[in-house]
Design a protein around this ligand. Structure first.
Ligand code: DOR
Length: 442
């Protein structure tokens, strides 16, 4: 089947251009093909913009084991609606993804259930070095240097040294210092308001752990990706002349701060916690200056019932995959950043950080994972329209300007103007770690 996407303005690696895009066999066959080329289907995309599909490199989709919150079908419907064509999922499911066998089981499950492309991290424990060394079908190793949802935690120095010294896969980590979090929590008797969450998981907790992890990476010359940077202070640590360190920020840390607890309560309780408006500004600056390369959501759904429990029983995390691109397009319309930067942060950079084959760009030979966006469309986020099983969004009631309207996975339309084709399946993302990561690839 040959498809021509005709008339769209395309965000190409070299910039925007009004060119047609020819697709065949799930791949991009040509950019700007000769007029009159024979095709089976033409998608008229005048007045729309074509971008590569969003790659979300940090999500929690809860299957197996926590499927009352979310599962791979509901989560990937949400992805399709949000313009996310590929995701990398975290190991804190039940059971945890901490062995090669569990990783294979997850990949098998995903092949049956996912509407978009998938990859899964292998989680580190203090004792699973051999599994981390044997894993191949994975973007990399996830370490919870600070604990979060679930019981994955590696915070002893000796165990961390061993993981950085004796593994070759890229590593990413949740960086909040466990000792600092515990001491803060004790001082506040465990905390009693949602605001206390940001006092317990404070700036120092984030900075100490991020510093510690970067130090490990530099000493062991190991590629390392800092997940969900939440403070301006951490961004000062992200000046890396050796080309080993990359970093990520989430929309909630760009758009929310401690002033939002009053309105949103536990809906904006997550780990790392939201910080101050000065941190929002510092994170934006680091993105624009290239010290943070990636935007990802840390999509972490819990039911509203769970969230509405009093602090500290209320769990941390929020769902975001179906609104992250629209939030950033809204920022484009507000003049905060360019569309090219959004594509760089959400599509191109994550593909390069994790050495994905054929992802993140509109270029000949790349996978036909594409999104048509309407920069003029205004739509209000509503809990009742969310595809996530959790059924809510912290952006409920917010009108965003700029939305994905059609999502194409491997050449097939999975989402179009509010409707889904549930026959479409994503594929396992291929990683070629000999590429050397973000700083080795142009
Ligand atoms: O707030 C969070 N929730 N942060 C994490 O790192 C984990 C996540 C979850 O799985 O609920």
């Amino acid at each position: 089947m040959r498809t021509l996407i005709s008339g769209a303005t395309c965000v190409l690696p070299a910039g925007q251009a009004r060119v047609d895009v020819l697709i065949e066999g799930g791949k991009i066959l040509g950019i700007d093909p000769p007029k009159g080329v024979q095709v089976d289907e033409t998608i008229d995309a005048h007045d729309l913009i074509l971008i590569p599909g969003v790659i979300d490199d940090q999500v929690h989709f809860r299957e197996p084991g926590l499927t009352h919150k979310e599962d791979l079908r509901t989560a990937t419907r949400a992805c399709a609606k949000g313009g996310v064509t590929s995701f990398l999922e975290m190991p804190n499911t039940r059971p945890t993804t901490t062995t090669v066998e569990r990783l294979s089981e997850k990949l098998q499950l995903a092949s049956e259930r996912c509407f978009v492309n998938y990859g899964f991290y292998i989680g580190a424990t203090p004792t699973n070095l051999a599994e981390l060394q044997a894993a191949t079908r994975t973007p990399g190793i996830k370490i919870f240097i600070g604990s979060s949802t679930g019981d994955l935690l590696v915070d002893e120095q000796e165990a961390l040294e061993r993981i950085f010294a004796e593994t070759t896969l890229p590593i990413c980590a949740h960086c909040e210092d466990e000792a600092t979090v515990r001491a803060n929590s004790q001082r506040l008797n465990g905390g009693s308001t949602y605001e206390d969450h940001s006092l317990i998981r404070d700036e120092a907790a984030a900075v100490i752990a991020t510093k510690r992890a970067i130090d490990l990476a530099i000493r062991h010359r190991h590629r390392f990706h800092v997940l969900h940077v939440s403070t301006a202070a951490e961004t000062e640590l992200l000046r890396d002349p050796q080309g080993l360190i990359t970093a990520e920020v989430c929309p909630h840390h760009l758009f929310f701060n401690v002033d939002d607890y009053e309105r949103l309560g536990s809906l904006v309780q997550m780990n790392p916690s939201i910080k101050t408006s000065a941190d929002n500004e510092g994170l934006w600056l680091a993105l624009k200056q290239g010290r943070i390369q990636v935007i990802a959501t840390d999509h972490a759904p819990h039911t509203l019932e769970e969230k509405q429990q009093p602090y500290p029983k209320s769990p941390s995390g929020l769902p975001a995959v179906e609104n992250s691109l629209a939030l950033m397009l809204d920022s484009v319309n507000a003049g905060i950043c360019s569309l090219e930067s959004v594509v760089q942060w959400m599509c191109d950079a994550p593909a390069r950080v994790w050495d994905m084959v054929g992802k993140g760009r509109i270029a000949e030979g790349y996978d036909a994972d594409l999104v048509l966006i309407d920069l003029n469309k205004k739509q209000t986020v509503r809990n009742e329209n969310q595809q996530t099983k959790s059924g809510w969004s912290p952006w409920h009631g917010v009108t965003l300007h700029g939305w994905p309207v059609r999502t194409i996975v491997r050449g097939r339309t999975v989402f179009l103007d509010g409707r889904f084709d549930e026959e479409v399946r994503g594929a396992e993302i291929q990683f070629d770690h000999s590429r050397g990561g973000y700083w080795s690839q142009s």
